[in-house]
Design a protein around this ligand. Structure first.
Ligand SMILES: C[S@@+](CC[C@H](N)C(=O)[O-])C[C@H]1O[C@@H](n2cnc3c(N)ncnc32)[C@H](O)[C@@H]1O
Length: 284
């Protein structure tokens, strides 16, 4: 007897891709069938469902758990991240961006940074490390970080602030000693971020596809390795929203494989994958 191999029907593949796109802007397509099937399998196992068609019946039924969309987005989003990922960006931040913001605003105002699509926290904790070091040398410097993501499971992980030694490895040894606590259990390879850094970051659930307004404008937005999953019109809309959330002369960092080239947005390139808000563009 031949074994029945279950796969998503073309119709279900289409329906799931549209639902994900509608809710998150994440543009899955038929080429990603294998990836999508693998990730849906995890949801099916949790729900004790045996086939993709049963899962889709559940997903598109009127009485499904409203939380299933969140679970689905969690399952299909790519959360890969690292401490000090694309580390040239942190050099640009220190050498170019902070001095420019200080020259513009004076040093008295607290700088607000936003890590949009922060995943499990490695990016905002890296920012907190780098900026805490900067503040040691510039005592008048103050900062705060807002870190947001659509995925509730990565946000929980980020808030726990517990990482394995392998994950923390890209942090230079001296900074590792200063900003991470070892577990009391000497055999454990887990480390926790020190409270001094944790209190600098506010983690919040935020879907970049929805209308949002920050309580106050940001000076710097890090949105790296997020737009790669969006189509071009979605990217353009998002960057116009970012420009509205930035102070005049504020900065946006994107991933090195991402670009705003040929987009009609009020952001001008100033360094590789770094943009500054053009003067005269309003917040409203
Ligand atoms: C590949 S990770 C990048 C993490 C980090 N910025 C970095 O560069 O290491 C992309 C993150 O974007 C989040 N994301 C995807 N779509 C989103 C949306 N519509 N709103 C908010 N976050 C989203 C994903 O959940 C994921 O955690």
């Amino acid at each position: 007897m031949t074994e029945q191999i279950d796969s998503l029907s073309a119709r279900d593949l289409d329906r799931v891709c549209s639902l994900v796109y509608q809710h998150s802007g994440i543009n899955l397509n038929a080429e990603k069938r294998i990836m999508l099937e693998g990730r849906l399998k995890r949801r099916m196992t949790s729900l004790k469902l045996d086939s993709y068609s049963e899962y889709c019946k559940y997903l598109f039924a009127g009485d499904r758990d409203p939380n299933e969309i969140t679970q689905l987005i969690d399952a299909v989003s790519t959360n890969k991240t690292d401490f000090f990922r694309e580390k040239e960006h942190f050099e640009v931040l220190l050498a170019k961006v902070l001095p420019a913001l200080a020259a513009r605003n004076g040093t008295v105002r607290e700088i607000v940074l936003w890590s949009a699509g922060c995943s499990s926290g490695e990016e905002p904790y890296t920012l907190a490390i780098v900026l805490t070091e900067y503040a040691r040398l510039h005592p008048a410097f103050r900062f705060r970080i807002l870190a947001t993501d659509i995925s509730t499971s990565v946000l929980e992980k980020a808030q726990r602030a517990v990482f394995t030694a392998e994950v923390v490895n890209p942090v230079p040894p001296e900074l590792r000693r200063r900003f991470f606590l070892r577990s009391k259990d000497r055999k454990s390879n887990l480390l926790r971020v020190v409270p001094e850094l944790r209190q600098k970051i506010e983690f919040r659930h935020l879907n970049l596809m929805e209308d949002f307004a920050l309580p106050e404008p940001a000076d710097v937005i890090f949105c790296r390795n997020v737009i790669i999953y969006f189509d071009r019109p979605t990217q353009e809309r998002l960057f116009r929203k970012f420009a509205r959330q930035l102070v005049n002369g504020g900065y946006v960092f994107v991933g090195h494989s991402e670009s705003l080239h040929h987009m009609d947005v009020p952001l001008v390139p100033v360094a590789p994958a770094v943009y500054r808000k053009a003067d005269g563009y309003d917040r409203k």
